[in-house]
Write a protein of this length. Structure first.
Length: 231
């Protein structure tokens, strides 16, 4: 019997280290082989690979870029590898039963780092939510128009770079002005969580939003609780 990776944290850590190496070398085939042949084929779930391999690998790539250990070109190349791998994993994932709730996911205006939002969108989709994924750099007016068109139960906004926090404020302000207190709004991303940690006197509520999360798994759980979804 092939041993499962489901509870083998050290095995997933090893996969992640080799996955990062494949990203930095731009070896898409090797990255895909690591995730599919050594991950999925040995018993790891798609969500485990999302969380413990790809999400953590992207955090490591982000750290290396912020500390000037890799170039912006290498960061973009590494992220492109993960985009390709995520698409392959999505095709192999088993989706939970539709829970009847819809979520709109977008990066705020100016935010070009859409990988965290993509991970959140895939995790929500697999958890049974209906998804409208708008991607990177969505201005407040376009976001509001999408809300009017799609009528989501929840909006999930992503902001990775701290200089885009003002864009987050603008988006939330316009959404609340036009749409009132519904739908609910949640915010994630490194810039926002770092800001709240540095400014404990501020809360998601003081920003006009309903909550925050530090990763895709946490946001799914928060969304289920906020919308009354029984998992």
């Amino acid at each position: 019997m092939v041993s499962s990776l489901a509870t083998a944290d050290n095995a997933l850590t090893s996969l992640r280290a080799r996955y990062v190496a494949a990203q930095l070398s731009g070896d898409r085939r090797q990255a895909l082989r690591i995730v599919l042949d050594e991950g999925v084929a040995r018993g790891a779930s798609v969500l485990e690979l999302h969380r413990h391999v790809i999400q953590e690998a992207q955090r490591e790539i982000g750290r290396l870029w912020q500390e000037n250990e890799i170039s912006v070109a290498q960061e973009h190349m590494a992220t492109a590898v993960s985009q390709m791998v995520l698409a392959q994993l999505y095709d192999r994932a088993e989706r939970a039963r539709d829970n009847g709730k819809q979520v709109l996911v977008a990066c705020v205006q100016g935010e070009l780092h859409d990988m965290p939002a993509r991970l959140v969108a895939d995790a929500l989709d697999l958890a049974g939510f209906q998804l409208c994924y708008l991607g990177a750099d969505v201005n407040p007016e376009a976001l509001s128009a999408a809300v009017s068109r799609e009528r989501p139960d929840l909006i999930a906004l992503s902001v990775t770079m701290d200089f885009n926090l003002s864009a987050l404020r603008n988006s939330v302000a316009l959404l609340r002005q036009i749409h009132g207190t519904a739908p609910a709004i949640m915010v994630g991303g490194a810039a926002y969580t770092t800001y709240l940690t540095a400014h404990p006197q501020e809360t998601p509520e003081s920003w006009g939003v309903n909550g925050t999360a530090t990763g895709a798994r946490e946001l799914v759980r928060a969304a289920e609780q906020l919308l009354g979804v029984v998992s």
